[in-house]
Each structure stands twice: as C-alpha cells, then as structure tokens.
Design a binder for this molecule. Structure first.
Ligand SMILES: NC(=O)c1ccc[n+]([C@@H]2O[C@H](COP(=O)([O-])OP(=O)(O)OC[C@H]3O[C@@H](n4cnc5c(N)ncnc54)[C@H](O)[C@@H]3O)[C@@H](O)[C@H]2O)c1
Length: 470
C-alpha cells in the first residue's frame, strides 16, 4: 500500500520504517530538512535499537523515502498518518499547531476521485478526529474553491510503542486499536496492518519473533473511544508507578523493604509486576503530557479527576525526594559536587523530554551545587537541548565521580548494574550513593564502605533511624 506519514520523529520514523520493512511503500513528510537528508542517506536522526539497520535496509530497497514537500509525499497515498508532535500547552491541553499544519496540508493535496484514510497516530485530545476532518476540509477549500470535496475519513490509531524497544513493539504489539465508524476505513487499516496482525511477515534479523507471539488482537471502536484508550492506558501506567512510589515512601517510614513488597504484590496476577519499581519518578514525552491533557478534558466537561491529580503530585514529590536526600546528607550543599548517572528519561533512549534527571539537576544547581553527569547515549541531547544547564560531563561512569561527594543514579541503564564498587569508593570524595532507581547492589556497596540510600529500602530507613548518616 502507498502510505504517507507526517512527522519523522520517534513514532513516525519507527512506524514508517517497520511498514516499509514489511512491504509497504512509505513516504515520510517532515519539516526538518536535516532529518530528511539523514533519512534519505539511511542514517537515523534518533537513537533507537535496531532502527539504523532497518532504515538502511528499507532505503536500499527504496521502500521508504522522505521529503519536506507535502505535495510530493502525498502523491498516490491511500493512508496518511499524522505522527507529528503534540507538546503540552500552557494549560495542560496539547498544543495542536503541528497537527493543524499537517491536516491543512493534507486537505490541499487530497486526491480528487480517490478515497483517503487519514489516521491520527499522534496522541490528540478527545474529539480530535472530528477537528482534524474540519481542518482538512478547510485546507481543501482554500486550495480548490468551489470544487467537490474528495472522499476522505479521519480515523484514530493510537501508538503504544515504548522508546528503547520501539521497533520490537511495532512488530509485536500487544494490540492494535483502530477507531472509526466506517467499515471501509477499518478494512483499509486492517489490510495495512495484516502482516502484523497475522504475524505473517518474515522477522527482521534484529528482532526475532518472541515464542508464543501469534495473532495480534485488534480493538475496533469508534474514534472517541480509541482516543480515550490511549489516554487511559498512559494514565493507568503512570498511576501504577506513583502508587509504587507512595507505598515505598510508607515502607521507608515503617522499616519495610519496598522492593520486597512490590515483588510480593506483583506476583498477584491481578496486579502484575511491571511498572511497580519505586524510584525517582516517571518522565518522558508522554505520561506528563497525556495526564495533563486528560485532566484538562475532564475538567472541561465538569469532572475533577482527583486520582489523576494525585498521580502527578506524587510524581513531582518523588523527583524532589532525591534532591531532599542530597540536601539532608551533604548539608550545607553549596559548592559541593555530585555525580549524576543517567540523564535519559529511561534506559535505551536518548530522549530527555520531561526527564526526572532535569528536575533533579535544575534543583541542585539552584541550590548552588556542581554536577558532573554521565549517560551512555543522552549526553549530546542534553548538551543540545539544555545548553543553559552549567554541568560537566564524564567520559565514563567512573570519570564522572572525580571530585564528587555523592553518586546519584537517576536512570537505570543496565551497565550500572555491573559497576566496580571499590572503584566507586575510590572515586568519590565521600562514600555516598543515592540510588534513585534501586538498581545498584546495596550489599556490595556496603561491603565496600559506601553508604547506600535507595528508594523505599529497609537499609535507608535503618540509616536514618540509627543516625548512621554522615
Ligand atoms: N515518543 C513516544 O514514545 C510516543 C509513544 C506513543 C505516542 N506518541 C505520540 O506520538 C506523537 C509524536 O511523538 P514523537 O515522540 O514521535 O514526536 P517527535 O517530536 O519525536 O516527532 C515529531 C516530528 O514531526 C515533525 N513535524 C512537526 N510539524 C510537522 C509538519 N507540519 N509536517 C511534517 N512534520 C512535522 C517534527 O519536525 C518532528 O520530527 C505525539 O503525539 C506523541 O504523544 C509518542
């Protein structure tokens, strides 16, 4: 099928590459010339496991192209995805200018006599399928006054990929949600996704099919319910993490070990063990923005979503807990240096949007502290996107410890699980670890003379109760 995709970011580029890899012809339409030329050269503008090789493959076969020109990109497209950014606006509702620009461009280049399915893949406020139709229609009428509007429909097909495993998630999704009232629209989208739904494609070399992964469930609903499914899913996941953090905070006070408690409740199949890790809070480009949008919509319709508000409030406090702990242990903090391990909002990505590391670093800098940071992939992103943060960078995790009086772990990169504790002890001026992800080995840290403070850990509580802090 001929597919056009507006926006070659995390969602658009991954979706386009996978659709091209399973045999479709994909045309990416992207405003950034730099991204377009990199993609055309087969080079990924973002870090995502397996993307670079898959992109090189589909470029070599000419299954995927990129352009800045909507007219060129929309030629003969039967399905047009909108996968542009929907950043948070000042009052919680997402800012839709990128969606509007894409929709108007689609309207201007609609194929007369054809049937086009336009798909909102970006996460858009409830009711946006209708709004996008209106923008498309206005775009068409501006360009073709007096002409008959071609047949098109706007469907919702929310994206659930996780950065860090985006290609895998697109090839082997838990479900595909399609939102439309029209049978032919649902048929077209089902046909597009058939190789994934039926798992009939040949797995690419980078991502073998997981055993037991067969037919993918397809949820076919109206567009509004589909839009809601996306928000409800992210709200639930964020709430689950905030719940784990709330319980961890109570654990610390009563001397229970939150990790053991989470393992204990996670084995209950009604609860499940994922998204139960206590830590420095959730972040990323989606959870905060989507919760703000859902909260905004709820209030707009006269409902106060108290649980969603609490989810956000617990998360803000959780990020600041790290800062509070630094202050309590190193006080007075002015002029002291700390090492931060992990800048990306989670492992496996270079994305730092709404990353807890940024909140922690902003607060520590505001208090007059010095920071040396290390992240295996996200340091260039921070340098590029936050040049205002006066921080130094380490070439290795160990080199970031030089002159630091504490090590703070903010992102649970797997490489941090295998560190040499004797080296950490040697590298730090004071033997303090604040493990904001409970990822280091508490026992080994203590054996090497390090004071270890996790989140919701028993040892943390004991140190405080017995006054064994520094
Ligand atoms: N990143 C994720 O993990 C994820 C997961 C699920 C859903 N989503 C949703 O998907 C959407 C896209 O997210 P993302 O992370 O890919 O964003 P992104 O910022 O990485 O990518 C958006 C891209 O769109 C381009 N763009 C902006 N206006 C354009 C226009 N008028 N025409 C063509 N291109 C244009 C931008 O230059 C950018 O490259 C958002 O609504 C987001 O909430 C994201």
């Amino acid at each position: 099928m001929n597919v056009a995709i507006f926006g070659a970011g995390y969602v658009g580029l991954v979706t386009g590459t996978v659709l091209a890899d399973i045999g479709h012809h994909v045309q990416l339409i992207e405003v950034s010339k730099d991204k377009v030329s990199r993609i055309m050269a087969g080079i990924s503008p973002i870090f995502e496991e397996g993307l670079e090789s898959a992109l090189a493959r589909v470029r070599a076969k000419d299954q995927l192209r990129a352009t800045v020109d909507p007219a060129q990109g929309l030629q003969s497209a039967k399905v047009v995805f909108i996968a542009v950014g929907t950043p948070p606006g000042p009052h919680g509702e997402p800012e839709l200018s990128q969606v509007e620009a894409a929709a108007r461009a689609i309207g201007q280049h609609l194929i007369v006599g054809g049937q086009t399915v336009v798909v909102n893949k970006a996460t858009v406020p409830i009711g946006s399928a209708h709004l996008v139709s209106v923008w498309i229609e206005e775009g068409f009428r501006e360009k073709h006054p007096g002409e008959r509007l071609p047949d098109f429909r706007v469907a919702s097909n929310p994206e659930f990929l996780r950065e860090g495993s985006a290609i895998f998630d697109t090839l082997y999704p838990d479900r595909i949600v399609l939102g439309s009232d029209e049978g032919w629209v649902l048929d077209t989208l089902s046909a597009l996704y058939r190789p994934i739904i039926e798992q009939s494609f040949t797995p690419p070399p980078e991502f073998a099919r997981p055993s037991g992964h067969h037919e993918v469930p397809v949820v076919m609903v109206d567009a509004v319910s589909s839009e809601m499914i996306k928000y409800a899913a992210n709200a639930f996941l964020a709430t689950k993490i905030s719940f784990a953090n709330e319980i961890a905070n109570i654990c610390e006070r009563v001397g229970a070990d939150a990790m053991a408690v989470m393992a204990g409740i996670g084995l209950d199949t009604r609860i499940g063990s994922r998204f139960l890790n206590p830590g420095a809070g959730w972040g990323g480009s989606c959870f905060g923005k989507d919760l703000a949008s859902l909260t905004f919509t709820a209030r707009e319709y006269g409902y106060q979503p108290k649980l969603l508000e609490a989810t956000v409030n617990v998360n803000v406090a959780q990020r600041l807990l790290i800062v509070k702990r630094v202050q309590e242990i190193l006080r007075p903090v002015k002029g002291r240096r700390v090492a931060i391990w992990g800048l990306a909002f989670k492992p496996g990505t270079d994305d730092i949007r709404d990353a807890p590391s940024l909140t922690v670093m902003e607060e520590l800098l505001r208090m007059g502290m010095r920071i040396t940071a290390y992240d295996p992939v996200a340091m260039p992103t921070v340098q590029r996107m936050r040049p205002d943060l006066p921080i130094q960078y380490g070439v290795t995790p160990e080199s970031a410890l030089e002159g630091a009086e504490a090590l703070i772990v903010v992102t649970e990169w797997p490489e941090f699980e295998h560190v040499d504790y004797a080296q950490i002890r040697k590298g730090l001026l004071r033997p303090v670890i604040i493990d904001g992800r409970n990822v280091l080995n508490e026992e080994k840290a203590r054996e090497n003379g390090l004071l270890y403070y996790g989140i919701g850990r028993r040892g943390t509580a004991d140190d405080w109760v017995m006054g064994r802090g520094l």
